[in-house]
Design a protein around this ligand. Sequence first.
Ligand SMILES: C[S@@+](CC[C@H](N)C(=O)[O-])C[C@H]1O[C@@H](n2cnc3c(N)ncnc32)[C@H](O)[C@@H]1O
Length: 276
Amino acid sequence: MADVAESFSTGGWEFNADVVDHFPEHVRASVPFYEQIQGLVSEVSDWYLPTGGVFADLGASTGVTAGQILRRHCDRDMTAHLYDEQPLMLERAAKSLESVVGSRQVHYHCQAVQAPLAHHGADMTVSLFTLQFLRLADRITALRLACNAAADTGVLVVAEKIRPSDARWAEVAVDCSHDYKAAHGISDAAIRAKARALRGVLVPHSEDMLRRIIIAAGWQAPEVLFRWHSWVVMGAFARGPNGEDGRPDHGQARTRAEADSAAHPRRRPEQGTDQH
Ligand SMILES: C[S@@+](CC[C@H](N)C(=O)[O-])C[C@H]1O[C@@H](n2cnc3c(N)ncnc32)[C@H](O)[C@@H]1O
């Protein structure tokens, strides 16, 4: 059977209905160590997503990350905000999270992550394998909006495909990724088709560039949490170890947030977005 990637033309990749249908198997086979990365990210929530906390996922797709966190902390009250511009992805997310939500709140926001965000005071913000599809300026905008919507103690975790800086390692990385996918059942033809479909759509930059855009967006102290060839997970904080705060608009965001919390009970975002 032809792989979903083979239905796209050069540079024509999009998260359409076909991709949504095959997404869970596809992402596991095509992103090396996807399961382990999800495990790493959900474990961070042990420290940074307290009871009553707010979780935000920029590019949530089918809600795998939120699902792992909600399952891991099944007794912990929390509110989750899942953003994705593909409505079918969020429909799948809502379906798959149904059994784990319980009394917690999950809000689904069908929108671009570089447009104004609906949440505030996020204790934990993640964006896994999504910013790589945005123009560089939009990546910074999305991260800046998320930083302004973070709690003072908020944490960020970003996972991205990156481009190793040295061409020798870049060559090794390409072949190792190819071998990984082949070992997970993707045919050589499908691997080639996906690479062609992603030309100019998924644009990796260096690890150093990722660190720089995280800092440019106001986040502090970026640190590599995981790296395998061209795949990296980076964590950062809304404030630095000595309280440094690089959020020029944060005072304004806080004022809005304070007005909101005065009008509504703490940790209970207002209705108005889809809620399940
Ligand atoms: C590779 S998937 C993300 C995978 C997911 N985070 C996970 O860990 O399973 C990328 C997702 O980002 C969404 N997306 C791409 N560009 C976006 C944008 N500018 N704003 C919002 N969502 C976007 C796509 O619809 C897709 O669901």
